[in-house]
Ligand binder design. Structure first.
Ligand code: NAI
Length: 292
């Protein structure tokens, strides 16, 4: 098992930017790529300011903070990933789009490199099948936000080797995470259990069982969850929740996984959650668009 020095992260959204931050803070050289160059420069600024905040709060020495910011390089050119020992993909939750990226990465990175996906639900075995290195493809599922949440779910595809698993586990542990291991079935552990609950909360809202505030308060105070399911859906992104429900439905074939029509409608309306300023709740200030 070779020691990792350089990590590539593809996708600089909520998850990719957090994963890149974790890697940079833990002393790895990081290449961060996104198809959207504006998003990429915003991500660079927000990662740098989060690292500066860690220094200000005393979680990181000034020297380590400066080194972490220096470790992070953003690029619009995927070819820059040729020296990466591991690439962690955190782009949109679409099997087709992820497969296209895995084909590209397979042609760019060294033959020894590991390709990991942060997918919430998509088959690692199928992503691996489009590459020439299925034994070096693995699921490395961080929780949101990656620098804060303690868990990484590791998913072995049908051909993932022990070396790939061990290297991924070591990396997660170096990031200070606890790991759980899941078989490669739609939604793995966390989203197999969480998403049907969130979907059911949408059904409760859709069928008028209660207001959104009461659904969330009921689950927070009644079951000791830190966030209500609708609030959590806004935090995750309603587009991500919908994509995961579709994967669960297609992969497990039970009508209980059909996405709630209200969730579908919100996504159609662009109400994607906190990242867009509006989802189930409105996070915009007074000048923003008004949603009921
Ligand atoms: P996001 O919507 O915040 O960011 C996705 C980023 O990927 C965007 O910046 C977009 O420009 C970029 N992108 C899309 N297609 C691309 C391509 N072909 N090449 C390069 N960049 C591309 O999404 P988020 O929430 O960060 O999710 C990313 C992945 O992480 C998904 O697979 C999702 O299921 C998974 N995930 C999400 C969690 C969440 O709470 N949002 C938690 C754990 C996993």
């Amino acid at each position: 098992m070779t020691e990792m020095g350089c990590i590539g992260v593809v996708g600089c959204g909520q998850m990719g930017s957090g994963i890149a931050q974790l890697a940079a803070v833990n002393g790895y050289e990081v290449w961060l790529h996104d198809a959207d160059s504006v998003a990429l420069s915003k991500a660079r600024e927000s990662i740098s300011s989060r690292i500066e905040n860690l220094v200000l709060k005393g979680y990181l020495t000034k020297g380590k903070g400066t080194e972490a910011i220096r470790n992070l390089r953003c690029t619009s050119n995927l070819e820059d990933f040729h020296s990466a020992d591991m690439v962690i993909e955190a782009i949109v939750e679409s099997e087709d789009v992820k497969k296209k990226l895995f084909v590209q990465l397979d042609n760019i990175v060294k033959s020894s490199s590991i390709l990991a996906s942060n997918t919430s639900s998509i088959s690692i075995t199928r992503l691996a099948s489009v590459t020439s290195r299925p034994s070096q493809v693995i699921g490395m599922h961080f929780m949101n936000p990656p620098p804060v949440m303690k868990l990484v779910e590791i998913i072995r595809g049908a051909s993932t080797s022990d070396d790939t698993f061990n290297a991924t586990k070591s990396l997660a542990e170096r990031f200070g995470k606890k790991i759980v291991c899941s078989q490669d079935f739609s939604g793995f552990i966390v989203n197999r259990v969480l998403m049907p609950m969130i979907n059911e909360a949408f059904y409760a809202l859709y069928t008028g069982v209660a207001t959104k505030e009461d659904i969330d308060a009921g689950m927070k105070l009644g079951t000791n969850h830190p966030m209500g399911p609708l609030e959590l859906a806004d935090h995750i992104g309603l587009d991500v929740c919908l994509s995961i429900m579709k994967v669960l439905h297609a992969g497990l074939g039970d009508s209980k996984y059909l996405p709630c029509p209200l969730l579908v409608q919100y996504v159609d309306a662009g109400r994607l959650g906190r990242k867009k300023g509006v989802g189930v709740y409105n996070y915009r200030t007074q000048n923003g668009t008004h949603f009921p």
